[in-house]
Write a protein of this length. Structure first.
Length: 181
């Protein structure tokens, strides 16, 4: 069915892709499960994938049921704190995500150690564990490294990591899509 004005659906789709959509999937009004979706020019970027430290099992995860994991082009992790990366092994191993994931070398090293420790010390029954040590190890192979001041291009999304100064390896990212930063 066409709209009354002769059908501007193509025009509307172009206008929609020109809007920057920012969707919190966690940490919107809470501390924990930091996870933000950015959409612009039909590119989809997830920033962080954390858990809520006061919750366990599926309740601790970001609200990823609001998105299609397999449509995400890029996932950028800012630092190793659990509320920013604690759900990453689950997301990489238990969803349909097919994009690329980046973090700094220091973040990747500490991520492995911290999440391994989290798995061991969690007093959660195996029924409520989000992921195993094996899932964590498999996730390591999917994580790519970005150094500070290095620019990377993934499917037309250019991004550069800068030192955020929060903790060792913490990064903030300058993202550019279609010439817009």
């Amino acid at each position: 069915m066409s709209s009354e004005g002769g059908g501007n659906n193509g025009q509307q789709d172009r206008e929609d892709s020109d809007l920057l959509t920012i969707r919190p999937l966690g940490a919107g009004q809470e501390v924990g499960r930091s996870c933000i979706m950015l959409e612009f020019k039909n590119k989809k970027i997830m920033l962080d994938c954390g858990i809520h430290p006061g919750l366990s099992g599926m309740d601790a995860l970001p609200y990823t049921d609001m998105i299609e994991s397999d449509e995400i082009d890029l996932l950028l992790i800012t630092h190793f704190h659990l509320d920013h990366c604690g759900a990453l092994p689950w997301f990489l191993e238990k969803t349909t995500f097919k994009g690329r994931v980046f973090m700094t070398p220091a973040t990747k090293a500490i991520y492995r150690w911290l999440l391994s420790d989290y798995i061991k010390v969690s007093n959660i029954s195996s029924d409520h564990m989000l992921y195993t040590e094996k899932d964590l190890e498999k996730s390591m192979d999917k994580i790519e490294i970005i150094n500070f001041h290095q620019e990377v291009d993934v499917s037309g999304i250019k991004f550069t990591a800068y030192n955020a100064g929060h903790v060792l390896g913490a990064a903030m990212f300058m993202i550019e899509i279609a010439g817009v930063k």
